[in-house]
Design a protein around this ligand. Structure first.
Ligand code: CO8
Length: 262
């Protein structure tokens, strides 16, 4: 990737890219410029067929992302707030539907817009020191980057409403118990664990990965009969790939498959 960013670090290592939100002095809070850079970075990485998985994390030991930037937000008028929320929602939708799996390595606070950003990722791996919450109500606000919807879908309406209405954060173990994160690992290992998961997925068939994400994410918003019809149509599509022929042939020939991405 050739672009250089003021508030992000992007490191590409083979098929895995690591995107780090880099505003440690503000606990990686998302101001408008950071949101715009994340949008640009994810669009570019998603369009690059040699990138097969992406890790998203935050700079420093303390925070993944501590939310939308409260200082910047506090002086916006209602139209400005709407534009801010829409930019964040667009970014979350881009990540959720990118097709390339995105793994959040949650290395610390994931609050407000930070938790919403993590929830838009395909998978979440948490440091045992991470804390998750939607504290907007304590600011007289409500989530604006999709949190009311994705949190309820991930953990159920009752648990989501409890987090949203109290604003109280939960620790990593509790986040795992309620299904908000996939795994909890010692803090020092969170980036390595996310990279390892990314590398494992990157070695598999990327068209299948893309279509699985589409079936789950798009199908999740549909009535079951329509969603399973979407699944069968995507199943037909994946069956047209060379990787499907390679994967099944390798199984029969008792050898590892070599997926090419088409
Ligand atoms: N925005 C801006 N700056 C922040 C943010 C933030 N979200 N979080 C931390 N910072 C800054 C602090 O102001 C401080 O800067 P400075 O040294 O210049 O004062 C620096 O980061 C370090 O923070 P603290 O000194 O507060 O560190 P502590 O260890 O004492 O506390 C906490 C850490 C608990 C994470 C604390 O910083 C905190 O509560 N932060 C705010 C968390 C929060 O409320 N996040 C939700 C924000 S609202 C939101 O995300 C809504 C999303 C949708 C909005 C739609 C918009 C229209």
């Amino acid at each position: 990737m050739t672009e250089s960013f003021a508030h992000l670090l992007v490191d590409v290592d083979g098929p895995v890219a690591v995107v780090t939100v880099h505003r440690p002095a503000a606990l990686n809070a998302l101001h408008a410029a950071t949101i715009a850079e994340l949008q640009m970075a994810f669009e570019a990485l998603g369009a690059n067929p040699s990138i097969r998985a992406i890790v998203l994390t935050g700079s420093g030991p303390k925070a993944f992302v501590a939310g939308a930037d409260i200082k910047e937000m506090s002086v916006l008028d209602p139209l400005g707030m709407d534009a801010y929320a829409r930019a964040g929602q667009r970014l979350c939708a881009t990540i959720e539907t990118l097709g390339t799996p995105v793994i959040a390595a949650v290395n610390g606070f994931a609050l407000g817009g930070g938790n919403e950003l993590a929830m838009a990722c395909t998978l979440r791996i948490a440091a045992d020191t991470a804390r998750f919450g939607q504290p907007e109500i304590k600011l007289g606000l409500m989530p604006g980057f999709g949190g009311t919807q994705r949190l309820a879908r991930l953990v159920g309406q009752g648990r989501a409403l409890h987090m949203l209405l109290t604003g109280e954060p939960i620790d990593a173990q509790e986040a795992w118990r309620i299904g908000l994160v996939n795994r909890v690992v010692p803090a020092a290992e969170v980036l390595a664990a996310a990279r390892a998961t990314a590398a494992a997925i990157a070695a598999l068939a990327p068209v299948a990965a893309r279509l699985i994400i589409e079936a789950v994410v798009r199908g999740g918003g549909m009535p079951l009969a329509d969603a399973v019809r979407l699944e069968s149509a995507l199943f037909g599509l994946v069956a047209s790939t060379d990787d499907m022929r390679e994967g099944t042939r390798a199984f029969v020939e008792k050898r590892p498959a070599e997926f090419k991405g088409h």
